[in-house]
Design a protein around this ligand. Structure first.
Ligand code: FES
Length: 384
């Protein structure tokens, strides 16, 4: 069907329509561009993210994702190169953000953002239910919208589209010049990304807000007796008959041997289960990683990670270390005393039954009842 409008009027109408479309999409473009630029920069600024062995590193994140993602086998296979993958993701996020904001390689950036969001959904937020609570799917939808719509020529750094003929087909040389323009755009975006990444890394090197690396071995140990802590704990804390062979019998300690505050973790009721650690472990690490004992009647299967913490009042507590949000592994943040999830920064309070302090986790961490053998300092899981 042919239009009844004169060609010039149609062109004006088309340009007006495109201007409206571009303007309507600008908030989405700005939000996604700024957010991805921020996400990439934060990863480079984080003194933990790229440090293998750090409980808040990308390696720890990927180990957690491997438990819940349908791509778990692939994630496990790529764990040896997790730090490199983390760096590439940070650079990709920078490039996507800069591409959207500057207009350089705009559609490529939008498509890459869509692909990365889908990957994040499959890897990082697959276990978030219902699906629309996953933050990555709305990002994917937003990137797809921008990829389909384009930028309309607005805010494109130095690479404005070649002037189209007012009417009629594009000039014969247009496809070639478009390809050249796109290649130049990709090159400029790569340079811009490298520049921003370099500046960000330099800023990270200058001012680290938290000590990098594993939990410092020089962590304060004043709360922990240098030797196993004999206490006045009730003898029922860990009946010798139920303890494994490695656990020494529970013997009432001489009353002067230890401060009365060095008490066992919990009221000692029930049977002593497997040994999961020793109070002396806290001398080198405040938050001690454990493995859920095979016999544990626990919310998690055997072999899952747990964490044992000594609180400032000397109590020893233990929890599942599997985050109730996306199943990443939490670790003790020495600076705050909370159990922190590296994936979306969910925080739990170990002094309050691992209640959620902040972040997206919906539930506290399951708690494991433990008791300290006053003779040996061994920490036992208590069942029953
Ligand atoms: S997995 Fe999301 S906060 Fe832990």
């Amino acid at each position: 069907m042919s239009s009844t409008q004169p060609p010039a009027t149609e062109a004006i109408t088309d340009r007006a329509g495109e201007a409206v479309r571009v303007a309507v999409l600008l908030p989405l473009r700005l939000f996604l561009g700024i957010t991805y630029l921020y996400a990439g920069a934060v990863k480079l600024l984080d003194p933990h993210f790229l440090v293998a062995g750090d409980p808040f590193s990308v390696v720890a994140q990927m180990e957690g994702y491997a438990r819940s993602s349908p791509l778990g086998g692939l994630i496990t296979a790529t764990l040896p190169m997790a730090t490199t993958i983390g760096l590439l993701i940070a650079l990709a996020e920078l490039a996507i953000g800069l591409g959207l904001l500057s207009g350089l390689a705009y559609r490529l950036a939008a498509v890459a953002g869509f692909a990365l969001s889908i990957l994040f959904w499959l890897v990082a937020s697959w276990s978030v239910m219902p699906y629309f609570f996953s933050p990555d799917l709305p990002y994917a939808a937003g990137f797809l919208t921008l990829a389909l719509a384009g930028h309309g020529g607005r805010w494109v750094l130095g690479l404005a589209r070649p002037k189209a003929a007012p009417d009629g087909p594009a000039p014969a040389g247009a496809p070639v010049s478009t390809l050249r323009r796109d290649l130049i755009g990709v090159g400029l975006l790569a340079v811009l990304t490298g520049l921003v990444a370099g500046l960000t890394s330099a800023a990270a090197a200058l001012g680290k807000s938290r000590p990098s690396g594993p939990v410092p071995t020089t962590a304060p140990v004043t709360a922990v007796p240098a030797t196993p802590a004999p206490t006045t704990a009730p003898a029922t804390a860990a009946p010798a008959t139920a303890a494994p062979a490695s656990a020494a019998p529970v013997t009432p300690a001489p009353p002067t041997a230890a401060p009365p505050t060095a008490a066992p973790a919990t009221p000692a009721a029930g049977l002593a289960g497997p040994r999961i650690g020793n109070v002396a472990d806290f001398a080198s690490r405040q938050g001690v990683a454990i493995t859920v004992p095979f016999e544990a009647p626990f919310a998690l299967g055997p072999g899952n990670p747990g964490i044992m913490v000594q609180l400032p009042d000397q109590r020893v507590v233990a929890f599942s270390a599997v985050c109730t949000h996306g199943r990443c592994t939490v670790a003790l943040d020495p600076s705050t005393g909370s159990l922190l999830c590296p994936c979306h920064l969910g925080a739990f309070d170990p002094a309050n039954h691992a209640a959620v302090v902040s972040g997206p986790p919906p539930l506290p961490l399951p708690e494991m009842t433990v008791a300290v053998d006053p003779a040996t300092g061994d920490v036992h899981a208590i069942f029953g």
